[in-house]
Design a protein around this ligand. Structure first.
Ligand code: P6P
Length: 328
């Protein structure tokens, strides 16, 4: 099988649809950051980058030392080449102005699922890229745009293998890292979510606080109804990138719904829901809050939380139909 490096792929894409060179170079930078992060993830437990950093982030969540390492790695690489005008990170309270002459804004979750890192569950880096909103007067106004205006998005999953998945609006591509060569090679050419769903992913510990519509649709997904392909199998590892990637490749739906205790759920719109929604739609799936398309949401805050229902289009439609009809 001809092995196409991520570099060769980008050159091909540049020829096909004029992917701007600055955008390609930002994707390269993220790829390089992924190599640096992978190096620490795969020896976690053997270095001083292991364990809790004993600080909390902008969302009040405890931070692992590897979160800080990943965040610092991405920031240092992205600020080194003057291609990024503004950065925002889950691990940073404030938006970070960079090179005012640059065209791109990048938002990222440097190491999603890091609370699982000590138990060897896959974790991931998630990123979302926009053109600077030139009408904005402040860094926030220049940054906050609907997910439908992303120019690229993706993630790197550090699992049994390390895979970088991205879209720039012309399909979804995956590249697997070969540590013997230190290079990412094309392994998933134009990913599309399978028509038949196999899995549903949700934290059923949330059930007591779920809305009636959410409870009802989960009962449907678990019902003995082979004609409609039910029951689906439950798969939930508690790492968004791992759960999303499995469902993208095998077919399924991931739900982190709003509840009576947390009406906006847990996940963040700008650097978790939006980038995965862009990828999912490019792969033929859907992403919703349960009532609204994720990519249509007008953001109000860089760290705002949002309910996320993402995966096979027909299953997302089913959840929306239950959410709309249920009496809260
Ligand atoms: P819960 C990890 O903290 C994360 O942000 C996602 O990666 C994951 O899907 C979710 O939270 C798990 O949350 O409440 O089920 O433990």
């Amino acid at each position: 099988m001809e092995r196409i490096t991520i570099e060769k792929h980008f050159l091909n894409q540049q020829g096909n649809n004029e992917l701007p060179s600055d955008l390609i170079n930002i994707l390269y930078d993220i790829n390089l950051a992924g190599k640096m992060i992978r190096k620490q993830v795969v020896i976690n437990g053997l270095t001083d980058q292991t364990g809790d950093a004993n600080v909390t982030n902008a969302s009040g969540e405890s931070v692992q030392k590897l979160d800080i390492y990943a965040n610092d790695s991405i920031k240092s690489i992205l600020t080194a080449h003057g291609r990024v005008a503004i950065m925002a990170s889950e691990e940073e309270e404030d938006i970070i102005p960079c090179d005012p002459s640059a065209e791109y804004v990048i938002l990222f979750d440097p190491l999603d699922g890091s609370s699982n890192i000590d138990v060897n569950v896959s974790v991931g880096t998630i990123f979302s890229i926009y053109k600077v909103n030139k009408d904005g007067k402040t860094p926030t106004e220049k940054t906050l745009r609907k997910g439908s205006e992303q120019v690229a998005a993706g993630y790197i999953i550090y699992g049994s293998s390390v895979v970088m998945v991205y879209t720039a609006g012309d399909g979804v591509f995956g590249f697997t890292y070969d540590p013997s060569l230190g290079e990412f090679f094309l392994s998933h050419d134009r990913i599309t979510i399978p028509n038949k769903a196999s899995y549903f992913s949700v934290n059923e510990g949330l059930t007591p606080h779920m809305h009636p519509g959410t409870k009802s649709v989960l009962e449907e997904l678990k019902s003995d109804d082979p004609e409609n392909g039910y029951p689906l199998s439950a798969r939930y590892v508690g790492s968004l990138v791992a759960d999303f990637h499995r469902n993208l490749i095998k077919g399924g739906i991931y739900l982190y719904p709003g509840t009576s205790k947390s009406p906006n759920g847990k996940l963040r719109l700008m650097y978790e829901a939006n980038p995965l929604a862009f990828i999912c739609e490019q792969a033929g799936g859907k992403a919703s809050t349960g009532s609204q398309r994720i990519l249509d949401i007008e953001p109000t805050d860089v760290h705002q939380r949002i309910p996320l229902i993402i995966g096979n289009a027909e299953l997302v439609d089913l959840v929306e139909s239950f959410e709309k009809t249920a009496v809260l």
